[in-house]
Design a protein around this ligand. Structure first.
Ligand SMILES: [Zn+2]
Length: 486
């Protein structure tokens, strides 16, 4: 109990000392007031001490009651918790501001600074540690900083700490686009415009808008910095993944331009965020490429040659021309293309050919020539119990065999016992046959003239020695060839 009055007493001299100090300093204190002080001290009645003591006690109790040792932390008009060590929270807050400032690279001020009020926590409310409170504040508090905001059509998209940073982001955005379209050869990008109005504005914004240059670029390109990925599982295809994530296959493809066709493999990582770029680039580029000019063929006719004969006078050669086109793209997708000019690099060389136009005589004349020089060794008709459907003319192997009349070669090839056989159709149902040949001088479809060499005497097929087996058939019926040489 001794200490309490001591407190009270010690209070009084403090006040008196203040008075004395003021007087001794002589600054503005009225001399009258200074004279009153000692009188007051001397005349203070004894029971005043007791009144003072009671008052102080009441004040102490009131102080303890009204000023509890805990603080309510109030943010945006709401109590977010109670702490006992408010200084610790203030320190944490300062650290938070400091780290936010170093993250964005600019000075920051809290947008909604918390306030601390001495208050006893209500029944059941727990005190939280300064660390917990700092965590809650870092989540709920917003800081403001002056920066350079990239605005797309008036909408603030991202903020950077310096104007230079913002310009660098915009220039790399453009650069990235230009590279994506000029990867193809012979493309000159002449102009790149953006459809949207892009500005850099200096303003104070929430530090949440501040991004690194890389992130700012990504946001402008993809429309978001959100990433959601899906790892392809066994048995999944684009359709099932799209379906499961409420997307269309087309959107899934847009989000994953790296996917070619329908090929996805187990373990592939697919993005589920469809890009929605803030900026639409419009570019005008000049594309230059060469194309071939096909050569033409000029045909002249020569009456000394058969129609199936052709002679090339000049070989043809394709030319080349250089085409310049102007291509307009929007975000890389071609929207229009027009040819600006075409220049000949080399002219094509016209192919020149001479084709035969010699008139083919009408089909069979009816007057036949002997097909080979030689002696008839076997005649038409029955011999040794079998029917000989032609005549055999003996001649040394290799002797030229001639077409008996004008006509067209209708068969050339091996035919059982006939060996190498040529048939010539003379029209009106008349066909001559030349068998056992050693070689051919004509092809099927060839027009032949009476007396033209068609092959050579041989002994192919069912033959005992070199000779020509010669037949004349009319409507499929064998006739005696000798009847045609009268
Ligand atoms: Zn025969």
């Amino acid at each position: 109990m001794k200490s309490v009055p001591h407190n009270l007493v010690s209070h009084k001299p403090r006040g008196a000392r203040g008075g004395l100090t003021a007087r001794s300093a002589g600054t503005g204190a009225k001399p009258g007031t200074g004279q009153l002080s000692p009188k007051f001290r001397f005349r203070l009645p004894r029971h005043f001490l007791w009144v003072g003591f009671t008052l102080s006690l009441a004040l102490l109790v009131a102080y303890i009651y009204f000023c509890p040792p805990t603080w309510a932390v109030i943010l945006d008009g709401e109590v977010i918790g109670y702490v006992s060590q408010v200084e610790e929270v203030r320190k944490a807050l300062a650290l938070l501001a400091e780290s936010e400032a170093s993250r964005v690279g600019a000075q920051v001020v809290p947008k909604n600074p918390p306030s601390f009020v001495r208050r006893r926590p209500p029944q059941g409310a727990m005190l939280v540690t300064p660390e917990t409170m700092a965590g809650v504040l870092s989540e709920k508090m917003e800081f403001l900083a002056a920066g350079y905001v990239i605005c797309v059509d008036g909408q603030d998209v991202v903020a950077l700490p310096s104007e230079e940073d913002a310009r660098l982001v915009l220039s790399s955005l453009r650069e990235q686009y230009v590279q994506s379209i000029s990867r193809k050869s012979q493309v000159t990008v002449e102009e790149v415009l953006t459809k949207e109005n892009i500005e850099i504005k200096e303003k104070t914004v929430s530090t949440r808008m501040f991004r690194s240059r890389e992130d700012a670029l990504r946001i402008l390109v993809r429309g978001t910095d959100k990433t959601v990925t899906h790892i392809v599982q066994r048995g999944e295809c684009l359709w099932t993944i799209a379906q499961a994530n409420h997307m269309t296959v087309e959107d899934l493809r847009k989000a994953n331009p790296q996917v070619k066709g329908d090929l996805i493999y187990e373990g592939d990582s697919l993005s589920l965020v469809v890009p929605d770029p803030y900026v639409t680039f419009q570019s005008r580029e000049k594309v230059v490429f060469a194309v071939g000019i096909p050569y033409a063929t000029e045909v002249s006719y020569d009456e000394s040659l058969w129609p199936w004969q052709e002679r090339v006078l000049v070989e043809g050669k394709n030319g080349q021309k250089l085409i310049s086109q102007e291509v307009i793209r929007e975000n890389g997708k071609e929207v229009s293309r027009r040819t600006v000019d075409e220049r000949i690099l080399s002219y094509p060389v016209t192919r020149k050919v001479v084709r035969g136009s010699k008139q083919v005589p009408p089909m069979g004349s009816g007057q036949m020539v002997w097909p080979v020089k030689g002696r008839v060794t076997s005649y038409f008709g029955w011999r040794w119990g079998s029917f000989h459907s032609g005549i055999d003319i003996a001649a040394p192997a290799g002797t030229p065999v001639l077409a008996a009349d004008n006509g067209m070669v209708s068969y050339r090839g091996w035919n059982g016992g006939y060996g190498r056989l040529v048939l010539i159709d003379h029209g009106n149902g008349t066909v001559t046959a030349y068998a056992h040949l050693s070689g051919y001088a004509v092809s099927v479809g060839d027009r032949v003239e009476k007396g033209q060499v068609i092959g050579y005497v041989g002994s192919s097929g069912n033959s005992t020695g070199p000779h020509l087996h010669f037949e004349v058939r009319v409507n499929g019926v064998a006739k005696n060839p000798l009847d045609y040489y009268k």
